[in-house]
Design a protein around this ligand. Structure first.
Ligand SMILES: [Zn+2]
Length: 66
């Protein structure tokens, strides 16, 4: 998760991650990570608002289905 948006990897290379709404909305936001998972590049120009989350009883964040 980055700036309250969710990202997913779309290939076996975990260093390249794209917005999880990319397929549905053609959102072009993306992240590039280094080998230890640190963000080295972020393009967070989403074409949609961030997904909403709520914190459940155990303190975990859960995505509200949209
Ligand atoms: Zn997006």
């Amino acid at each position: 998760m980055y700036r309250s948006y969710t990202f997913s990897k779309y290939s076996s290379d975990v260093r390249y991650q794209y917005c999880s709404r990319r397929a549905a909305l053609k959102c072009k936001a993306r992240l590039r990570l280094d080998r230890v998972g640190k963000i080295v590049f972020a393009d967070d120009t989403h074409n949609h608002p961030p997904p909403r989350f709520y914190r459940d009883r155990t303190g975990m964040f859960t995505k509200i289905a949209d």
